[in-house]
Design a protein around this ligand. Structure first.
Ligand SMILES: [Fe+2]
Length: 236
């Protein structure tokens, strides 16, 4: 079922009007959540990402940072019952349409909820080995980056180049191409009408407990731990 099937086709204009990719089913169920939003299960133990990320790092990031954004989003939207019928994906894609008082918390906490949910999902836990991109994602990477290594290198360079807090993103653009973006703070690519495919959180809270200031070590460890099958589902 299309994500926006119950929404009049004229509802989305501007960059969304011809963005057919936004009408595709949302592969991430978190984007289909409506108020009250809930913290999704991690799907693995907090120590299952060793040696890339230790339990203390995952525990604090998931149970404190991610959970607090979910709670803050719910608190903010309590005062906006007219928005309760919209999914998280719709709230982010249509940000400028909502009451002004709701925009900042949706942008901050709604983005952070969506971003973190995706970031947990795309990491391979336990003994699972990171797979190689295949299917549609593999074809798109070949078309837009030539090789997987080039795609990873572009993501790595973007992640290391971010000043301050932000995320490096692999996105699907409105023209159905893959591209690397850097976005500040927790801004979701959905705010710009682009579909998040893979995100790397470079806030210090994501890595400082293990890597101190060595962001490169963290980024390399994460990129080596990606479950490309899950990432691929984002573009199917
Ligand atoms: Fe984070």
């Amino acid at each position: 079922m299309p994500l926006l099937s119950s929404t009049p086709s004229t509802f989305w204009t501007g960059p969304f009007g011809d963005g057919t990719h936004l009408y595709r089913p949302a592969p991430d169920v978190v984007l289909q959540q409506k108020y009250p939003f809930v913290l999704p299960t991690l799907g693995y133990e907090t120590n299952a990402l060793m040696p890339a990320l230790n339990a203390a790092t995952v525990e604090a990031h998931y149970r404190s940072v991610h959970a607090s954004h979910v709670q803050a989003l719910n608190t903010a939207l309590t005062a906006h019952p007219t928005l309760h019928e919209y999914s998280l994906g719709q709230l982010l894609m249509g940000l400028r349409r909502w009451p002004e008082a709701a925009r900042a918390p949706i942008r901050e906490h709604g983005s952070a909820h969506a971003n973190h949910a995706l970031s947990w999902k795309v990491l391979a836990p336990g003994a699972a080995t990171a797979t190689a991109p295949n299917g549609r994602l593999g074809s798109m990477i070949t078309r837009d980056f030539e090789t997987v290594d080039a795609c990873k290198a572009a993501l790595r360079e973007a992640a290391l180049g971010i000043e301050g807090n932000g995320w490096a993103w692999l996105v699907k653009t409105a023209t159905n191409r893959l591209a690397v973006r850097t976005l500040p703070n927790d801004d979701s690519p959905l705010l710009d009408g682009e579909l998040p495919v893979l995100g790397i959180d470079v806030w210090e809270h994501a890595y400082r407990r293990m890597y101190q200031t060595q962001r490169a070590g963290y980024v390399d460890a994460v990129l080596a731990r990606i479950n490309w099958d899950v990432v691929g589902a984002q573009v199917e």
